[in-house]
Design a protein. Structure first.
Lengths: 253, 253
DNA sequence: CGACATGTTGATTAGGGTCAAGCGAAGTGG
DNA sequence: CCACTTCGCTTGACCCTAATCAACATGTCG
């Protein structure tokens, strides 16, 4: 995958395929989750779809952003880079996550499409108008932002206090939970997971180097915690055992 | 300072001192910032003040929380502890910050009063009713939550990618910025700062040990970046020089 | 005064970073 | 079509930063 630097500019909404919100796979988890009737219709009229190919840099930190979007499908990352090239991932965007911030016209972080993306976009102005007019939209966005804040804080514990092995285990547990949540299940027993990230991207997520990530995968495999079917497909042999490896006692996370 | 484990339960609002919101020192930064007229009156009727002594644990992670509050004065921390005792601070609450979350009745983190605190409290039910009725309250809370999310992500970069020296420098820069923001200034030149935290608490903030924190303070002093007036009072000799030590090129933070 | 919390500094160690070599798969171009 | 490159990944050798263990100084409080 090659990272291209070409930015995306939100032009006039293309009038192509515009499936009904009723059929939307993220209808009940996205920012529009609580909207119905008139509110939903207004969103439906304003929305437009956009596809982004894997590898594309959608926005650079500090760049002007004239749209907001729900991620319908795919995986994107938010990253921050220090001057000497060290990079830290500060957000992992999965389906139903929201991109952009009402009230701020500049991206705080570099947004990169890891896989092909499917976005449900709104131009800033009409979206912000709806934020003022309809109470359910900002209420849902607040909920989602609080969830993101919780995730960020869990991440801080990982970055600040966990060993390399615990970080990998925690990362796998997070992925397993989010995958299970989509199916409305609790993760347990044996779980097969597709890894959406390269070793390097995982390292950027976890505050490690790609070599350490690779070594810890090997160690977890050697110790019978996971099995590697392909390089990008993991099998967790027993979820409870994995939780032990995470370092945080029991229910945390 | 001794950490006591006694939880605080929000009983019926005590009817003691209840200064006018008009005189409140955090009036224009707190959750009530955008409220006026009727909205503000409603908050004014519902509020009650509470003082917490330094060292008191206000809430333990997972505990029921039947009130929310604005921090008027003092410093509090949010911390998460792993089973074997490793602890990571995930939030540093300064005046005007908001404690608690509408829609969730349980504390996500352990909240500890570092200094004596002055809180402006609301019981959950009436506060949540106002969240539904008045648009300005949730709008402001969303703004504040987004700011907290930004701060958490900046913190993630510190924890994931910075050296011990850079972490200390970044921490001092954050404190200087927040202190300056209260006076509506940009931090520059020589700045005197009171450190609200012990070396151990700073270590918990920065993902280090207290020994490393102490050593890096000594090193920054030796290198002429800071001067230590008292153990808990630092003088930044040149803010621009400090920023160089933070590792992130220029404007970041 | 003794007990304890806080902070500084030194010696040693270990976990993870850095550097380096090599492998397989997928492109790419001659 | 096949040499050649590139990408993603693994593994090894070595090194360095910060953790750990330890001693000691200072200040506060009962």
């Amino acid at each position: 995958m090659t990272i291209s630097a070409a930015p995306i500019h939100a032009g006039p909404p293309p009038l192509r395929d515009r499936p009904s919100c009723a059929d939307c796979p993220i209808r009940y988890r996205a920012v529009c989750a609580h909207c119905e009737g008139e509110e939903l219709l207004r969103l439906e009229r304003a929305k437009y779809y956009r596809r982004i190919p894997a590898g594309q840099v959608i926005l650079c930190a500090g760049e002007r952003m004239d749209f907001v979007a729900s991620l319908i499908d795919g995986v994107a990352t938010l990253t921050q880079t220090l001057e000497d090239g060290r990079t830290q991932m500060v957000g992992l965007m999965l389906p139903s996550d929201f991109l952009g911030r009402p009230g701020r016209d500049r991206a705080g972080y570099t947004v990169t499409a890891i896989t092909d993306l499917n976005l449900c976009c709104f131009r800033r102005a009409p979206f912000e108008a709806m934020m003022r007019d309809t109470p359910r939209l900002p209420a849902r966005l607040l909920e989602m932002t609080l969830d993101e804040l919780d995730a960020a804080r869990e991440w801080m514990v990982i970055l600040g206090r966990k060993t390399a092995r615990e970080r990998i285990a925690s990362f796998l547990a997070i992925l397993a939970r989010r995958a299970a949540a989509l199916k409305r299940l609790e993760p347990r027993g044996q779980i097969r997971l597709a890894l959406p990230l390269t070793r390097e991207a995982m390292a950027d997520y976890l505050g490690l180097t790609l070599e350490t990530v690779s070594r810890q995968f090997s160690a977890l495999k050697r110790d019978g915690v996971i099995r590697l079917r392909e390089k990008r497909e993991v099998e967790i042999l027993d979820f409870d055992r994995l939780l032990v490896e995470c370092g945080d006692g029991e229910g945390a996370g």
